[in-house]
Write a protein that binds this ligand. Structure first.
Ligand code: FES
Length: 195
C-alpha cells in the first residue's frame, strides 16, 4: 500500500499576512482628532472664500474713484481788496493764486493770477520791493499784470475765472483759465470790475 502524498497547500499559520483576509471590523478608521482637524481646515477655506467674495462685492459696489479737490474757492468780499495796484497773497500758499487789483484797459479790476510759472510749472514768488513776480527755477520775471518780460517763460501767467456769487462773495474757479497772450483777458469772468 502506497503512502498518501503530502498536501500542496501550506498550513494556515504558514501563509504570509498579506494573504490572510482581514475582518472588516479590524480596518483602520479615521480617528476623532483627525476628523476635527479636517473640519477646521474646511472651515478656514470656507471663511477665506467668504472674505474674498465679500471684498469683491464691496469693490463692485464702491469702485475706485479719484476725488479731486474742488477747483473753486471763496476769496472774501470786494471790501477785502481796498488798494489799487496791489498784489494780495492771501491765497498764494493754499491755492497758488494771487488776487491782484489793477487798472487795465482803463478799468479798475480784480484778477486772479496763477502762481504757476508758464515755463516748466515751478511756483513763482511775488517780490514786493521789485514789484514783479519771479520764478526761482530759471529766472523768469513777470509784471504785476502777469505779463512775462525776462527769462525762458514763453507767455504770461494764466488768469483764473473770477465772479461774485449770489451772496456777494468773490469766487475763483481754477478749472477755467484765461490767457492774456490770446486776448482772453477781457472776457466775462476773466476779471471782476471793482467800481
Ligand atoms: Fe519758471 Fe523755468 S519753471 S522759469
Amino acid at each position: 500500500m502506497s503512502e498518501k502524498p503530502a498536501s500542496a497547500s501550506p498550513p494556515p499559520e504558514a501563509r504570509t499576512p498579506e494573504l490572510v483576509p482581514r475582518p472588516s471590523s479590524l480596518a483602520p478608521r479615521p480617528s476623532r482628532r483627525s476628523f476635527l482637524r479636517w473640519s477646521v481646515v474646511a472651515w478656514l477655506i470656507f471663511c477665506a472664500w467668504l472674505l474674498a467674495a465679500g471684498y469683491a462685492l464691496v469693490r463692485f459696489m464702491f469702485p475706485r474713484v479719484l476725488y479731486e479737490p474742488d477747483p473753486r474757492f471763496v476769496a472774501g468780499k470786494r471790501s477785502d481788496y481796498p488798494e489799487v495796484n496791489k498784489v494780495y497773497e492771501n491765497f498764494k500758499q493754499t491755492q497758488a493764486v494771487w488776487l491782484v487789483r489793477l487798472i487795465e484797459d482803463g478799468q479798475d479790476r480784480l484778477v486772479a493770477i496763477s502762481a504757476v510759472c508758464t515755463h516748466l510749472g515751478c511756483p513763482a514768488n511775488w517780490l514786493e520791493a521789485e514789484q514783479r513776480f519771479k520764478c526761482p527755477c530759471h529766472g523768469s520775471g513777470f509784471y504785476r499784470n502777469g505779463v512775462n518780460f525776462e527769462g525762458p517763460a514763453p507767455r504770461p501767467l494764466d488768469r483764473h475765472c473770477i465772479f461774485l456769487d449770489a451772496a456777494g462773495n468773490i469766487v475763483v474757479d481754477k478749472s477755467r483759465t484765461f490767457r492774456k497772450d490770446l486776448g482772453q483777458c477781457n472776457a466775462r469772468e476773466s476779471y471782476l470790475a471793482m467800481s
